[in-house]
Design a protein around this ligand. Structure first.
Ligand SMILES: NC(=O)c1ccc[n+]([C@@H]2O[C@H](COP(=O)([O-])OP(=O)(O)OC[C@H]3O[C@@H](n4cnc5c(N)ncnc54)[C@H](O)[C@@H]3O)[C@@H](O)[C@H]2O)c1
Length: 446
């Protein structure tokens, strides 16, 4: 059971709760220079948010000035409050944004359904944003995030940190250098077990909300539903359509990232999904999504097919990969089939080239890792660059989320025009680019 004492202990540092508008009243952007310190606020500082916070605060130029978490227990708000003892504490991100003159940048590490609703008003206040992956819960939100980042001139970064790992950087550089030639097909997969799939439908009944959990704030923009322990908060929200995009949403922005970057992909033109029938609550146990992208200078022909597979022990068919039988596929990753040979990009390990004998003399220079977190903090201060900025990561997220729409319409080929945001191929499919928001919680669209 979580340590309840934190609630009383931290109350003195916690901003008062209460109703206020969602929209920021004024802009508090501060132009930072290299000698300035970056004041960061972390929203969702438990779970992955804890490591996002600690890794970013490792920068010698960062001060952690505010922490927000809907759960006041030790594992969530408590641990961060103890480590960053001078930070002001909040349980409602809206109250944090009300005090926008106290910080320069936010880290948003909440469940996916709250990424855009929190990040959009933060950007409107000219706050730099680091936001977890997938960037958003809907395609419309992703486009809004990209547009907002440009409009407000803020420094942004999505939390697909493997992009900065030496393994992914080496793979991307090798494809750009033409090591496997132009690429004609890609298969990507996540064959791991879903630890978060605890139930297959909405549980009956309710439970009292623990005194240290702010359930209404956890739900945020999502429709109301009763609190049930271990089913939603924490971590297991991934199972649910209202809060997440299932296995593809969870891993697509990692595993498809080096594919996107290596081949300079932009947006798919068609998307076709296969998945077992699903209810309106949880994501399916497996998915296969076939994307067709326009060809690029790194691909063969006018278009390139990228096929995604997920599910417990679900791998691409071996015969499609042309790899030696003796080679055991990693649990997740991609195979890029090129004119000169194939590259396997495991998630996460160094890339491998096949046939091995053909590449035995090939030099694949190792590219050093970057620090995904402190490079964002440095970029906020006018130094360095954030490589997974929303101009890059929003289109990647859109691609992933279009796949989750296709999974709901198995066997249907959807057409996508990214410029006009027109999704076709099935009745009413355009409406699936967005969703209904809880009354009173509508996001601050730009
Ligand atoms: N990049 C990665 O490798 C990686 C790994 C794990 C999770 N993630 C991403 O990180 C995010 C969080 O995932 P998680 O597994 O840590 O989830 P989690 O449920 O374990 O943790 C979320 C944290 O945010 C808090 N929180 C929830 N709603 C909040 C709100 N409205 N305001 C403030 N705090 C709130 C929770 O109390 C908890 O501390 C997700 O977007 C997920 O996809 C990324």
């Amino acid at each position: 059971m979580p340590a309840r004492s934190t609630r009383r202990q931290f109350l003195g540092r916690t901003a008062a709760l209460g109703a206020a508008s969602l929209l920021p009243a004024a802009s508090w952007g501060r132009v930072l220079r290299a000698n300035d310190r970056l004041r960061i606020a972390s929203i969702g500082c438990g779970g992955k948010g804890w490591s996002d916070l600690v890794a970013t605060a490792a920068s010698p130029h960062v001060d952690v000035v505010a922490l927000c978490n809907i759960d006041e227990s030790k594992d969530h708000l408590g641990r961060a409050a103890e480590k960053y003892s001078s930070a002001k504490l909040y349980t409602d991100w809206r109250r944090l944004l009300d005090e926008a003159n106290t910080f320069d940048a936010v880290i948003v590490s909440t469940p996916d359904h709250m990424h855009a609703p929190i990040s959009l008003p933060a950007m409107q206040l000219k706050k730099h944003v680091q936001c977890q992956k997938p960037l958003t819960h809907t395609v419309h939100e992703a486009r809004q995030m990209q547009t907002a980042a440009k409009k407000y001139g803020v420094v942004t970064q999505m939390g697909n940190q493997i992009q900065s790992h030496t393994a992914y950087r080496t793979a991307v550089a090798a494809v750009h250098a033409g090591v496997i030639g132009k690429v004609h097909e890609v298969h990507s997969w996540q064959a791991g077990k879903c630890r978060w799939r605890t139930v297959d439908d909405r549980p009956a009944g309710t439970e009292p909300v623990p005194t240290w959990v702010h359930w209404d704030e956890w739900l945020g923009v999502a429709p109301e539903r009763p609190y049930v322990s271990k089913v939603y908060h924490d971590f297991n929200w991934r199972n649910w359509q209202d809060f997440s995009n299932g296995q593809l949403g969870d891993f697509g922005c990692h595993i498809l990232d080096p594919v996107f970057m290596a081949l300079k992909l932009t947006a798919p033109t068609t998307i076709r999904g296969e998945a077992p029938p699903m209810n309106r609550e949880v994501w399916p146990k497996s998915e296969k999504i076939v994307y067709e992208f326009p060809g690029t200078e790194l691909t063969v022909g006018k278009s390139i097919r990228v096929t995604w597979y997920d599910g417990d022990d679900v791998f691409p068919p071996r015969e499609a990969l042309g790899l030696p039988e003796s080679y055991k596929l990693p649990g997740s990753g991609s195979v890029l089939l090129g004119e000169k040979g194939s590259m396997v990009i495991p998630h996460v390990a160094m890339p491998m080239l096949f046939p091995e004998e053909r590449f035995s003399e090939t030099d694949m220079p190792v590219v050093a890792a970057r620090d995904h977190y402190t490079s964002w903090a440095d970029a906020c201060r006018g130094e360095d660059q954030a490589t997974s900025n929303f101009d890059y990561s929003a289109p990647l997220t859109e691609t992933v989320l279009l796949g989750t729409i296709a999974a709901r319409l198995p066997g249907t080929t959807l057409s996508w025009d990214a410029a006009t945001m027109k999704l076709g191929g099935a009745a009413d499919v355009q409406a699936m680019l967005t969703k209904k928001y809880r009354k009173g919680w509508e996001p601050a669209w730009i």
